[in-house]
Ligand binder design. Structure first.
Ligand code: CP
Ligand code: NVA
Length: 327
């Protein structure tokens, strides 16, 4: 595939997304078939927000491929404050072979990808969560076969997870419905992109304020927390606004008899989803979580396998040519 970064689902063609999902399925079926392929290679993981699944799945994934990971929190690098994104990227490219980054503003990941000469992977920003969407659609493929033509309903906050679900759904020809309270919908640019890509793949993207309209005959009902990381101060206010969007048995009854319940986790049980739904036979949340490992192993393999670890420092670095530039 020859891709350098994994920053957004939008950067890929539908065929490339399908290729990565096929590779992930193969790697899940044969977890040790690629053992040692990334021997001696290191993934730096920058976390500006907490994580369970992303951290563990990248950590275990790179180890299963023979590489190492390095956990860097705010306490170490304090990105953009202790040191600029540019300098962090230019330092890390000398010592590691790829960077995974979880941060707030999406442009930080884009800038890191622009500055660093090594692959950069988006581990969640305020705008998107592409690794999550890959695991989500692998799960849907496993349980439903073909994604194209399915009705995938996202009910709740039009957030990062919602955006990536829309993008990947458009790539794979799904009918994605998004039900949010007024003022909490996905950003217009994301909707426009999904509509444009959907026009090529047969996918659609429909926005509504009515959770029942989204849930009606859905193959999948997906929800996420009402207050994402960074919005904790709004949690109380959001709890009131989002109450009619809770995924409970009453709402779930509108979906198909064989509908899946999905959630990226962590879940706030009793808020966006009730125990009766998340613990029901329809719920596939732990399969989704496991599939983070398999899809990210495919991404790591694709981005890192042909990137050599230098054995010696290039000689030119020892003799700068000052006459080439003036300050
Ligand atoms: N779904 C997900 O990204 O989980 P973490 O925040 O625990 O990584
Ligand atoms: N929307 C959530 C997803 C967590 C995996 C957040 O950003 O906090």
């Amino acid at each position: 595939m020859g891709r350098h970064n994994f920053v957004s689902i939008k950067d890929f063609s539908p065929d490339e997304i399908r290729y990565l999902l096929d590779l992930a399925r193969e790697m899940k079926a044969h977890p040790w078939a690629h053992a040692g392929v990334l021997k001696g290679k290191t993934l730096a993981m920058i976390f500006e927000k907490p994580s369970l699944r992303t951290r563990v799945s990248f950590d275990v994934g790179i180890q299963q491929l023979g590489g190492f990971s390095l956990y860097l929190s705010n306490a170490e690098i304090n990105l953009g404050k202790r040191e600029s994104v540019y300098d962090v990227g230019k330092n890390l490219e000398r010592m590691v072979q790829a960077i995974m980054i979880r941060t707030y503003a999406h442009h930080i990941v884009e800038r890191m990808a622009e500055y660093a000469s090594i692959p950069v992977i988006n581990g969640l920003t305020d705008y998107s969560h592409p690794c999550q969407a890959m695991a989500d659609y692998l799960t849907i493929q496993e349980l439903k076969g073909e994604v194209a033509g399915l009705k995938v309903a996202f009910v709740g906050d039009g957030n990062n997870v919602c955006h990536s679900l829309m993008f990947a759904g458009a790539q794979l020809g799904a009918h994605v419905w998004v039900a949010t309270p007024p003022g909490y919908g996905p950003v217009a640019e994301a909707v426009e992109w999904a509509l444009r890509r959907g026009a090529q793949t047969g996918g659609t993207c429909t926005l509504t304020y009515d959770p029942v309209a989204a849930a009606a005959d859905a193959d999948v009902i997906y929800t996420d927390v009402w207050a994402s990381m960074g919005h904790e101060a709004e949690a109380e206010e959001r709890r009131k606004v989002f109450a009619p969007y809770q995924v409970n048995a009453g709402l779930f009854r509108h979906a198909r008899y064989d509908a899946l319940f999905m959630h990226c986790l962590p879940a706030h049980r009793g808020d966006e989803v009730t125990d009766e739904v998340i613990d029901s036979a329809h719920s596939v949340v732990y399969q989704q979580a496991e599939n983070r490992l398999h899809t990210q192993k495919a991404i790591l393999l694709e981005l890192m396998q042909y990137r050599e670890v230098p054995e010696t420092a290039p000689l030119r670095e020892m003799a700068p040519v000052f006459s080439d530039f003036e300050i």
